[in-house]
Design a protein around this ligand. Sequence first.
Ligand code: HEC
Length: 121
Amino acid sequence: MFHQSSRILLLLSAIALPAAAVAAPSAADIAAGKSIAFNRAEGNCLACHVLPGGTMAGDVGPDLTHFPFKIVFHNRQKLVHFLYDPEKTIPHINMPQFGKNKVLTHHQLELVADYLWSLQK
Ligand code: HEC
């Protein structure tokens, strides 16, 4: 009986480890991601999307204020992949290929993803 429960504990810690290895984004990362998203010369997401606190937002793309990021993308890495090359997920999408066309670096895309992820409580 003792052996069995310690085995289960071992198994549980093996499952919990990879999740713990992915650090939660810091407030600074989220703020940096927001500034990239809002900057007209960087992400310029406001050209096509409404985001909380953003001004003069376009409506070519969906309003992202209440977008279910966690349901649609499951994890931040999938959101980074989408931003890298949206065409791969949604063919013919009228959204810049931020990573593929080197508009934003991989690190910048990760910061933007941290920011978007933080919008859904
Ligand atoms: C030129 C316009 C344009 C810009 C700039 C733009 N997008 Fe989009 N985006 C779109 C359009 C159009 C869609 C909707 C495509 C559809 O649903 O068919 C979209 C969809 C999305 C979606 C939802 C994807 C889904 O699975 O439904 C997310 C998230 C997103 N954009 C994030 C961003 C972020 C973050 C930025 C800035 C880094 C950005 N977009 C910049 C046009 C744009």
